[in-house]
Design a protein around this ligand. Structure first.
Ligand code: ADP
Ligand code: MG
Length: 624
């Protein structure tokens, strides 16, 4: 009789054990952790009952607090209570907006961002790691087990440095980061849009401090980011502030203490949030001078004072459509994401703009975490689906070749993960090192692209130019991080680099680089042709000059002069300063052609000579 295997509870590797996968929305204002339980994605609550966990850490002298308790300390202990740290991720001090003042003690006003707190120096990665660590404990408490793997979401415009920083924070928090996922993509997954065959979706995300508008195209199971737009200084906080000012005016208040200001801003935020479901809201506050503020705010009153902000919040949609070269009719679905899209005025404005209703059935502040949990559940192998969601590279990645040209190795919009290899060779006889310069961008010339990193492959055995075979491999992992290796295939020497630029590109720069590549395409092509002609010309000149030194006796005097003359003319053309690249490259090509013609007899005589000497002294049966 066959024995049936019965799993003991908590037995590692037990049959049918389900791995615990979690999705984390690491937000600027709030963070959430979600998981898929019995086929349903749910957001987990912490011990304070909060599902929306404020992305705030307070560093006390002995211990730190995260979330709701830290939120309460932001007024009384601002220097040690770090808020909106996501804005600093993967950024250096120079990237910060000089107009914003922070209550923190920065270690230095240059280089990487580091903040002095009561419990030591903290950088944005460490602070994010502390938030993630807290979310991890929320998951462990809710599920009774450590999560096996996690998907963390990042904004679509996050560059390599910001993604690296986020992934690093996850690892510091002891999490097994399966993948970083773009926030708009996560929202689309939460709505099950990935199960469609294709479509174009606009994701409208208005959070606490930022507005992100992304247009995604889904084709053959791959989400491609067509454009990103937004406003990094427009979010729910601005609406709070607007209402706070209105409250001051209405109750004739001025000269508030810091505590009174904080109290009234908190009230304003509450009133704003309640007005999403109520027609009017009353509140009262007792100020430090004992004065009592009693007010009732109606929804229409609030909408009137917030009108300008609502208008401002619609503009980036137009830009995103323009950048993606789409009209609003070509958008199949509009998804509302972020707590601030609960505001009816925002929903109405988006509805009016498109002439149809956006998707709002999933809680807008949970939708990203839910999408991340669904994706994590698939990645960990709990779902027998074979689909895997892929993102694409925003800009092409290439390598510098002779003449300052870019050879694209991974073209823009390649789905990731991806690995591509290409073989290169040496330019000079006896060349033992090769410099590999990694660049990003769409333009033809290195100087117009962004330089990401450089490294040198050394120890190439000395060979004749063109004989070594150097394979350069570019690999982008599922999180969009690039590593590059170079290997000389005959000797096996290799070199490797992981690209971590000190700070990356923002979405505007990416947009600009794409825009430039289109508007300069023609002149770039001509410059490229010219540079290629130069590289060819130099190589021919070098080999002819070498041949003249080695085998001059094969030529009579007039032949020698003729070849020398052709060389001189080509050299002069190469050195000339050029403005019309088209004309210049035809000239160089024509002179190369002439040089080829006047040396063709010389070349065949040399060939005969070489064959003769190779066969000299050999038995006939040795010759194949
Ligand atoms: P982030 O992505 O920036 O971390 P969230 O998506 O969690 O932020 O959004 C937080 C913002 O949403 C806050 O400004 C909050 O006041 C706002 N918000 C939450 N609920 C409501 C509501 N019912 N009405 C209006 N705004 C709301
Ligand atoms: Mg968010």
């Amino acid at each position: 009789m066959a024995l049936l295997q019965i799993a003991e509870p908590d037995m590692a590797g037990a049959p049918h054990q389900r791995n615990i996968a979690i999705g984390i929305d690491l937000g600027t204002t709030n963070s959430l952790v979600a998981t898929v339980k019995s086929g349903e994605a749910t957001v987990l609550a912490d011990i304070h009952g909060a599902k929306l966990i404020p992305s705030i850490v307070n560093y006390g002298s002995e211990n730190l607090s995260v979330g709701t308790p830290a939120y309460k300390l932001r007024i009384s202990d601002p220097a040690n209570t770090l808020v909106s740290i996501k804005r600093f991720m993967g950024r250096s001090f120079a990237d910060l907006n000089p107009e914003v003042t922070y209550p923190y003690k920065f270690v230095a006003k240059t280089g990487n961002i580091q903040i002095n707190t009561r419990s030591g120096v903290k950088d944005p990665v460490q602070v994010s790691a502390d938030i993630l660590q807290y979310l991890r404990t929320v998951a462990v408490e809710a599920m009774g087990e450590e999560p096996t793997g996690v998907v963390i979401t990042v904004p679509a415009y996050f560059d390599d440095a910001q993604r690296q920083a986020t992934k690093h924070a996850g690892e510091l928090a002891g999490l097994n980061v399966l993948r970083l996922l773009n926030e708009p993509t996560a929202a689309a997954i939460a709505y099950g849009l990935d199960s469609k065959n294709e479509g174009t979706f606009l994701i409208y995300d208005l959070g606490g401090g930022t507005l992100d508008v992304s247009i995604l195209r889904l084709a053959k199971g791959v989400f491609e980011v067509l454009s990103v737009s937004g406003d990094t200084s427009l979010g729910g906080d601005d609406f709070d502030h607007r209402l706070f000012c209105h409250i001051l005016e209405k109750s004739h208040l001025s000269q508030l203490t810091d505590e009174d200001t904080a109290q009234l801003i908190t009230k304003a935020k509450l009133v704003k949030e309640q007005l999403a479901s109520l027609e009017k809201v009353s509140f009262s506050a007792v100020l430090s001078n004992k004065r009592i503020v009693n007010l009732t705010i109606t929804r229409s009153e609030y909408e009137l004072i917030a009108l300008n902000l609502v208008k401002k919040a619609i503009l980036p949609i137009k830009k995103a459509l323009r950048d993606a070269k789409l009209d609003k009719e070509s958008i199949d679905e509009i998804i509302m994401v972020g707590g601030s899209t609960r505001m009816l005025a925002i929903r109405q404005a988006v509805h009016e703009f498109f002439g149809r209703a956006p998707l709002t059935s999933i809680n807008p502040d949970e939708v990203v975490a839910i999408g991340a949990a669904i994706q994590a559940n698939v990645l960990i192998g709990n779902k027998d689906d074979d689909w895997l969601l892929l993102d694409v590279t925003p800009l092409s990645l290439g390598v510098e070749t002779m003449g300052g040209l870019v050879e694209k190795i991974i073209p823009r919009n390649s789905t990731i993960p991806v690995a591509r290899a290409q073989d290169f060779t040496t330019y000079k006889d006896g060349q033992t090192a090769m410099s590999v310069h990694i660049v990003q961008g769409e333009r033809e010339l290195v100087k117009d692209c962004r330089s990401l990193a450089k490294f040198t492959l050394r120890g190439i055995p000395a060979m004749v130019a063109g004989q070594a075979r150097i394979r350069i491999t570019y690999q982008i992992d599922a999180d969009g991080l690039l590593s590059v290796s170079a290997k000389e295939m005959l000797s096996g020497v290799s070199s490797f680099i992981e690209v971590k630029p000190s700070y990356g590109l923002n979405d505007e720069q990416i947009g600009q680089m794409l825009h430039d590549s289109i508007s300069y395409a023609d002149s770039d092509m001509q410059q490229r042709m010219y540079q290629e002609a130069l590289v060819d010309a130099r190589a021919i000149l070098e080999s002819v000059e070498k041949a003249l030194i080695a085998d001059a006796e094969l030529l009579n005097e007039s032949e020698f002069t003729q070849i020398n003359h052709a060389c001189m003319k080509l050299k002069i053309a190469i050195e000339q300063k050029v403005s019309d690249f088209g004309a210049a490259s035809s000239k160089v090509k024509q002179l190369v052609e002439t040089l080829n013609q006047v040396t063709s007899d010389f070349a065949s005589r040399r060939m005969d000579n070489a064959i003769k000497s190779a066969f000299t002294g050999k038995q006939i049966n040795e010759i194949e």
